[in-house]
Design a protein around this ligand. Structure first.
Ligand code: HEC
Ligand code: HEC
Length: 350
């Protein structure tokens, strides 16, 4: 290598290091620019996002929240391959597909109306705010004012057979009753006595200042429910099937007038977080007002009657929306059925 060549190499290396340094400066500058744009960009787009997410003027409560933070049932897969595990699995099957075993064409007994427990206790009683069984294991046996007695799980399950399923209950000692109770206790096994985890049972909703309206409820029903539950509230049971795809909401095969859903507040709280199908607590599809009006409409339609003359032996304990007198207050059966409920509640606190 001669001197000239050496000089050329050196100047080449010098030029290269200049290029490297310049590129580093350029890259740093670009990075800075990108970060600057990111930050200002975010600042500009934030208010726009909030506007888009603003709730409609109608009161939709409660505020959407993560559903992960809520009560979760134990994993079915955690059940052992033991006789106890088998009993619990059978109990779950009975809750999910009651009609196949105990409905009008049931394979074990024919004692119920063709609905499944799961129609109202969603995901076999495990869905957050889906009328689940979270609290049963921890709270029963307990005193219930409806019967005026201490009730255990068997009595409570029997109640839903006689009212919601408009039928008769399996014998307390039967495999079926024992399996359902074992399953229900297993679902609530992770809830301690006195604890009420978020997501247990049904959601709370706000009272209206007016009576719930069957007329407005009917219009909503046609628009949002009829496609599945039918123009006669009859639901859909495919030919040759023992089970409903869409359960009935009124008529001969629906729950009777002694059932929990016959109270408009219970019905409204159920549909608010669960209907139309696909709705959840975090993603409700009805306003509170719509839920009340739908409850009023569906519960104004004909359904089986139950002799409830022995219910509420202490009439002062009747819930504000128990639609059958006599009452200890002066409000009519009509107002106890549809509201407005605020005056009834205020009077009961005097
Ligand atoms: C038509 C709807 C419906 C059907 C079908 C139904 N239930 Fe219920 N069930 C209810 C309602 C409503 C409640 C009361 C919820 C409340 O007031 O918080 C309830 C309450 C219960 C409870 C007490 C829950 C608690 O936390 O105190 C148990 C246990 C129960 N049902 C079991 C069953 C079983 C088992 C079946 C099937 C054999 C069944 N239910 C079918 C609507 C139904
Ligand atoms: C896309 C179909 C669909 C629509 C729309 C729908 N539901 Fe349901 N509904 C169902 C199904 C399916 C079940 C039973 C769920 C299960 O067994 O897992 C059910 C259960 C119910 C129940 C409890 C069981 C019973 O039969 O009493 C009520 C009450 C109810 N729906 C009310 C409504 C109301 C009110 C609307 C309109 C706001 C509505 N549903 C819209 C499919 C639907």
């Amino acid at each position: 290598m001669n001197l000239n060549q050496e000089n050329e190499v050196i100047s080449f290396l010098l030029r290269m290091s200049n290029v490297v340094a310049l590129s580093a400066v350029a890259v740093l500058f670009l990075l800075g620019l990108v970060m600057f744009l990111e930050i200002t960009g975010a600042k500009i787009s934030l208010p726009v996002l909030t506007e888009v997410n603003l709730p409609s003027s109608a009161p939709v409560s409660p505020a959407p929240e993560s559903e992960e933070a809520m009560w979760q049932a134990p994993q079915l897969a955690s059940l052992p391959a033991t006789p106890e595990g088998d009993q619990i699995r059978y109990g779950r099957e009975l809750v999910a597909h009651t009609a196949q075993y105990l409905g009008p064409e049931g394979s074990v007994l024919q004692i119920a109306n063709g609905m499944n427990c799961q129609n109202c206790h969603l995901d076999a009683g495990t869905k957050p705010f889906g009328n689940n069984y979270a609290l049963v294991a921890a709270t029963y046996p307990k005193f219930r004012a409806r019967s005026g007695t201490e009730e255990d799980q068997v009595k409570r399950v029997s109640d839903c057979f006689e009212r919601s399923l408009n039928g008769t209950a399996p014998e307390p000692g039967s495999n079926e009753m024992q399996a359902m109770v074992a399953y229900i206790n297993w679902v609530g096994q992770n809830v301690a006595a006195g604890e009420s985890p978020k997501g247990a049972g049904l959601v709370e909703i706000a009272y209206l200042d007016r009576a719930a309206s069957p007329v407005q409820g009917k219009a909503l029903y046609v628009q949002k429910c009829q496609v599945c539950h039918g123009d006669q509230g009859q639901g859909l049971k495919p030919e040759g099937s023992s089970e409903y795809v869409y359960p009935p909401l009124w008529g001969a095969d629906s729950y009777n007038d002694g059932a929990g859903l016959y109270r408009v507040s219970t019905f409204a709280r159920y549909v608010k977080a669960n209907m139309p199908l696909g709705a959840t607590y975090g993603n409700p599809m009805l306003t509170d007002e719509e839920a009340w009006d739908l409850a009023a409409f569906v519960n104004s339609m004909p359904r089986p009657k139950k002799d409830i003359s022995q219910d509420w032996p202490d009439i002062s304990k009747k819930p504000m929306d128990h639609p059958f007198g006599p009452y200890t207050d002066q409000f009519s059966e009509e107002q106890h059925k549809y509201g407005p409920f605020k005056p009834i509640l205020a009077a009961s606190k005097k």
